[in-house]
Design a binder for this molecule. Structure first.
Ligand SMILES: Cc1cc2nc3c(=O)[nH]c(=O)nc-3n(C[C@H](O)[C@H](O)[C@H](O)COP(=O)(O)O)c2cc1C
Length: 404
């Protein structure tokens, strides 16, 4: 099966699973502890139904959205995902290229294998950068300087990784950021020849290229990863650091990972332009609620002062529609993008966009909503809207002998 034959994101997920060794696929797929987070996120969307409105002219449909002064062709982008070189070499640049061609944003992760300079050459107008704060403030300042120098307009500061979490699949698989392969891992990986050939052809573990300038000169991939691990997560990071980033960063600033109204209030008071309501795809706090469930309260608190966006659990165009109906201005993909690019490189990344775009388009047509502005809370139905069951009085028997 080729990526072009994939009908939905689940097809790409299965193709990704086939191509990757378990250690890499589990890193994408896994959560923490009991892994309730990701299913909770998806179930959150399913609590809503979409109410169709008919006899509306939907012969022309437009899913474009204007965000931070730029009009994108769809209301979703590729969110930041780290260490992507492990899944496919060069995959960050493939996502960047696919994003540019489709006119959607691509957010480069703070733990990326490619450099922001390389991504900016490919997608100068569609690249955002996600900051993982380093313990050493000078590194943060330099990362922001570089992002500014290559013309990145939007910075996303991730705040929901105060500590490294216990991802039990990774522990079981022997996954670590140095990608040192144990014999059992190699044996399993041999069942995924395309991946292992690529891994060996590139000399083993991929380098965290953005971080290479801060590690010891000449450090190899493992040494850079070790250095990164001494700096990230910066567990002592507080609101004061966010204030510093706000002062250092002249462009738009989005805080990723906010889940409470008081945190949202504080971020906006500090000058954040946007908030990405997210639980990191259920990879940080297993018992966190779904972003779609906390979104309305955050929207009520700060929605008129900041651009609110949402990620976590998006696998269908109808998930994106639900998020927009709840009030999100934009959405981001995590795993969906990884499934596509891991399965089929740039063609796979393009396929993700095409699938979701088509699903959005057809659902919008079916709902009588030709533009994104037509999507709102009136398009949503939940079980709370169920009318109370009316018990009718029994109908009197009509036949003389009482037979029905
Ligand atoms: C393999 C993987 C790596 C990720 N790396 C990062 C990262 O480097 N920075 C970040 O802010 N979020 C990271 N995330 C979280 C995503 O940006 C996003 O919040 C999450 O995946 C959304 O949930 P979804 O996967 O259900 O779409 C990562 C997610 C995955 C699956």
């Amino acid at each position: 099966m080729t990526v072009e034959q994939a009908i939905n994101i689940e097809d790409l997920r299965r193709m990704c699973r086939r191509r990757l060794p378990r250690i890499a696929f589990d890193y994408i797929e896994g959560g923490v502890e009991d892994e309730r987070g990701s299913p909770t996120n998806q179930a959150g969307f399913l609590r809503y139904r979409l109410l169709p409105r008919y006899l509306v002219d939907v012969s022309k449909r437009d899913q474009s959205v204007t965000l931070f002064g730029r009009t994108y062709s769809s209301p979703f982008g590729f969110g930041p995902t780290g260490t992507m070189g492990l899944f496919r070499r060069g995959s960050e640049l493939m996502l960047a290229q696919a994003a540019r061609e489709a006119n959607i944003p691509y957010v480069m992760s703070g733990a990326s294998n490619a450099t922001m300079e390389a991504a900016a050459r490919i997608a100068p107008d569609h690249l955002w950068y996600q900051l993982y704060a380093a313990t050493d403030g000078a590194i943060c300042a330099d990362l922001l300087r570089r992002a500014r120098d290559v013309g990145i307009g939007v910075l996303m500061v991730t705040v929901d990784v105060p500590v490294r979490t216990r991802r039990e699949r990774n522990i079981r698989n022997g996954f670590n950021f140095r990608h040192k392969l144990k014999p059992s891992i190699v044996a399993e990986a041999l069942r995924h020849p395309a991946w292992i050939v690529e891994y060996l052809r590139h000399g083993g573990a991929p380098m965290l290229d953005n971080w290479a300038p801060y590690a010891a000169q000449g450090a190899n991939a493992m040494e850079v990863a070790e250095f990164f691990n001494t700096q990230v997560p910066a567990s002592s990071q507080t609101w004061r650091d966010l204030e510093t980033y706000r002062k250092l960063w002249p462009g738009k600033l989005v805080v990723k990972g906010i889940m409470r109204t008081d945190d949202a209030e504080r971020a906006v008071a500090l000058g954040a332009d946007g908030i990405l309501v997210s639980n990191h795809g259920g990879r940080q706090l297993d018992r966190a609620p779904a972003p779609i469930d906390v979104f309305p309260a955050i929207d009520a608190a700060v929605g008129n002062r900041a651009t609110l966006m949402l990620d976590s659990g998006i696998r269908r165009g109808s998930d994106i529609i639900t998020a927009l109906c709840v009030g999100a201005k934009f959405t981001f993909l995590g795993r969906a993008g990884l499934y596509g690019v891991s399965a089929g490189g740039q063609a796979g990344a393009k396929r993700v966009i095409d699938i979701l775009r088509t699903e959005l388009d057809l659902n919008m047509g079916q709902m009588g909503c030709p533009t994104i502005a037509d999507l709102g809370p009136d398009c949503l139905w939940t079980e709370r809207d169920l009318a109370p069951v009316v018990t009718r009085a029994p109908v009197a028997a009509s036949s003389p002998d009482g037979a029905q």
